[in-house]
Design a protein around this ligand. Structure first.
Ligand code: GDP
Length: 179
C-alpha cells in the first residue's frame, strides 16, 4: 500500500457485485479497472491515483465461494484491519447487487466502517435489472436497514450500464474529499 497520507476512498463489495464496472464508469477510462466475468480471480488491491493527493482503492471482492475458507478468513481480517487502521481513509463505497443486498459479509463491512467513523456510501448496483417501482421499494428497505449503521450511511441506486447514480456517487466522493 502507498504511505498512509493524502486521501483515500475505498471500494468494496462481494465478488461480481459490479465493482470493476462502477470504477470504470466513475473514472471514465474503460481500461483502468479490470472488468471480469469470472468472480474472485483477482485478489489484489488496485490503487488509482485521481490527483496527487486523492486515491481510489479497489479492495478485493469478498464472499467468493470457491476461495478456500482459510484464504477468505485471511482476507476478511486484512480488510477489517485496513478499514480500522487507515488514517487517510475518508470513506467507503460498498457495492451490492440491488437484487441481493445486505448479505452477512456486506453487513460486516458496514459494521467495521461505521465503527471506524468512516463515511459510507452503499451503491445498489445493476439497478437497471429492476423496474422503477421495485427499485424504489428496495432503496427504501435498504435505507431503513442501514439506519442501524448510523448517520454516516447514504444509499443510492446505481447502474454502470445505464449511468444511474453516477452523478450522485461522484458528488458524494467529491464531498468526502473536500470536507
Ligand atoms: P466485480 O466482480 O464486482 O468487479 O464485478 P464486475 O464489474 O466485473 O461485474 C460483474 C458482472 O456484472 C459482469 O458480467 C458485468 O457485466 C455485470 N454488471 C456490472 N455492472 C452492471 C450494471 O450496472 N448492470 C448490469 N445489467 N450488469 C452489470
Amino acid at each position: 500500500m502507498p504511505e498512509d497520507e493524502g486521501i483515500e476512498i475505498a471500494f468494496a463489495g462481494r465478488s461480481n457485485a459490479g465493482k470493476s464496472s462502477a470504477l470504470n464508469a466513475l473514472t471514465r477510462q474503460k481500461r483502468l479497472a479490470k472488468t471480469s466475468s469470472t468472480p474472485g480471480r483477482t485478489q489484489l488491491i488496485n490503487v488509482f491515483n485521481v490527483t496527487d493527493d486523492v486515491r481510489l482503492i479497489d479492495l478485493p471482492g469478498y464472499g467468493y465461494a470457491k476461495v478456500p475458507i482459510a484464504v477468505r478468513n485471511k482476507w476478511q481480517k486484512a480488510l477489517g484491519e485496513y478499514l480500522q487502521a487507515r488514517a487517510c481513509l475518508k470513506g467507503l463505497v460498498v457495492l451490492m447487487d440491488i437484487r441481493h443486498p445486505l448479505k452477512d459479509l456486506d453487513q460486516q463491512m458496514l459494521g467495521w466502517a461505521a465503527e471506524s467513523g468512516l463515511q459510507i456510501l452503499v451503491a445498489l448496483t445493476k439497478a437497471d435489472k429492476l423496474s422503477q417501482s421495485e427499485r424504489s421499494k428496495t432503496l427504501r428497505k435498504v435505507r431503513e436497514a442501514c439506519l442501524y449503521f448510523g448517520e454516516n450511511v447514504e444509499v443510492i441506486a446505481f447502474s454502470s450500464t445505464r449511468g444511474f447514480g453516477l452523478p450522485e456517487m461522484e458528488s458524494v466522493i467529491t464531498r468526502w474529499c473536500t470536507e
